[in-house]
Design a protein around this ligand. Structure first.
Ligand code: KET
Length: 432
């Protein structure tokens, strides 16, 4: 179902992007006809939900669409460590351009979170890394890099995945293949099908992996399964590109959430990583993240970094300053860093608590369905199993907004709305 939707969306996007044909050679043309054949683009399956939510005047409305953390009063959160960093930066008059690769300090501190504080790869300068426009920018830059330097290659993407992954590699003109990931009946990982797809892909293929807190399913491989995946990748000489947008949101501990990456590093893979501070530092609109590629040696890393910068230069020249300053201020001060780690844990724990309450509420209402997966899944999202039609009813009858694939952003569930949400879910599912 979700796959069919994705394919329909992709087809609609292609239609909407059909270029204008006509005489562009200086021939006569009325001014009004320039964009005549431009059709409205299809709504984004995630950000379009926020637009619809904002347009709804109902006082009961609930937004569990976009993956953005809210406190228990449903309010956006600015972390205390960020407030303190803001205070320390207040009055800073440095407004110069950052280099094309962004803040070297921020990048170094960010690499430690992914590769480990004592990583030999960092010490040996084997990692080519630049600051990016958050996680989306990191994925896109990698996709462009892949296209430029491995022009015939394709990318294997899990089913399902974050919808924007498809747009990113499509716009970078890298052909996409999919691999099995989620098993709708067990609502868990389809490990054997995943391994078959990894095995059957041509040697040396590119794979996109969610490092932790898989979006939208909330289902991650176990540590043992990651080890098996890594071994098979090795046997097949595949390239692993990790999208790590939720480091800290799976377990509450960023180091633990990097386990998949550390396993691949132990096994000697040369991986790529996208990191984002949108969620785990609440810096959504600051657009701060990092792209890194582990290279064979320091010399290769210099070349790769220079090429990443070369891709950034004509696109946005250099990344924004303020978010990078905030991240550096927090991570370079041990006290602020430990405050951040505490706050990440508080966010993760609130979500875990809401999972329990949502499941219990549905059970108390006498739901005939099993809601075990609500508490089994991890990270920001619950892949509820609601059908697109049931989601439509939730929106039209209860003003509850979520993506049509049934994904609930648990970060938007609060003590105040969980009962209302459970009741509405029960109403639309009880006869199924
Ligand atoms: N990767 C994944 C897996 C992801 O879920 C997101 C954001 C990103 C990357 C990019 O985040 P950035 O803000 O560029 O660092 N996901 C949420 C928001 C969105 O769709 O843009 C979401 O799924 O709701």
């Amino acid at each position: 179902m979700a796959m069919a939707m994705m394919i329909r969306n992709a087809a609609a996007s292609r239609r909407a992007m059909t270029p204008i044909s006509g005489d562009f050679g200086g021939g006569l043309r009325s001014m009004s006809s320039w964009w005549k054949s431009v059709e409205p683009a299809p709504k984004d399956p995630i950000l379009g939900v926020t637009e619809a939510f904002l347009a709804d005047p109902s006082p009961d409305k609930v937004n569990v669409g976009v993956g953005a953390y809210r406190d228990d009063n449903g309010k956006p959160v600015v972390l205390d460590c960020v407030r303190e960093a803001e205070r320390r930066l207040a009055g800073s008059t440095f407004m110069e351009y950052l280099p094309m690769g962004g803040s070297a300090k921020m990048v170094d501190l960010t690499l430690k979170l992914a590769y480990g504080d004592d990583s030999e790869f960092i010490k040996d300068k084997r990692i080519a890394a630049i600051q990016t426009l958050s996680g989306t920018g990191a994925c896109r830059l990698f996709a462009d890099f892949q296209k430029r330097f491995c022009p015939g290659s394709q990318i294997y993407i899990p089913v399902p995945t974050w919808s924007n992954h498809h747009n990113i590699w499509r716009d970078a003109e890298v052909p996409q293949k999919t691999y099995h990931y989620y098993h709708p009946e067990t609502k868990g990982l389809d490990f054997s099908a995943l391994m078959d797809d990894v095995k059957n892909a041509p040697d040396g293929s590119f794979f996109l992996l969610h490092a932790c807190a898989h979006n939208p399913t909330g289902v991650d491989p176990t540590e043992e399964q990651w080890r098996e995946i890594s071994q098979l990748f090795k046997a097949k000489s595949h390239f692993a590109f990790f999208d790590m947008a939720y480091q800290g949101f799976a377990s509450g501990d960023p180091a633990r959430d990097a386990k998949s990456i550390r396993i691949f590093l132990e096994d000697g893979h040369h991986i790529g990583i996208s990191q984002s501070y949108a969620k785990n530092m609440g810096l959504y609109g600051q657009r701060v993240g990092c792209l890194s590629v582990l290279c064979e040696d320091a010399k290769q890393a210099v070349s790769v970094k220079s090429q990443l910068q070369q891709l950034a230069r004509p696109m946005y020249s250099n990344p924004p300053l303020h978010g990078a300053q905030l991240v550096s201020t927090i991570l370079e001060d041990p006290e602020l860093k430990s405050l951040w780690l505490k706050e990440v844990k508080v966010m993760a724990d609130r979500i875990i608590g809401m999972r329990t309450t949502l499941r219990e509420s549905l059970e108390k209402l006498g739901s005939p369905l099993s809601w075990e997966h609500v508490t089994k899944q991890i990270g920001m999202f619950c892949y509820s199993g609601l059908t697109p039609e049931q989601v439509d009813r939730l929106t039209s009858e209860y003003h509850i907004y979520m993506t049509r694939n049934g994904r609930i952003s648990m970060a938007g569930v609060t003590t105040g709305n969980v009962g209302y949400l459970a009741n509405a879910i029960h109403e639309v599912t009880k006869s199924s």
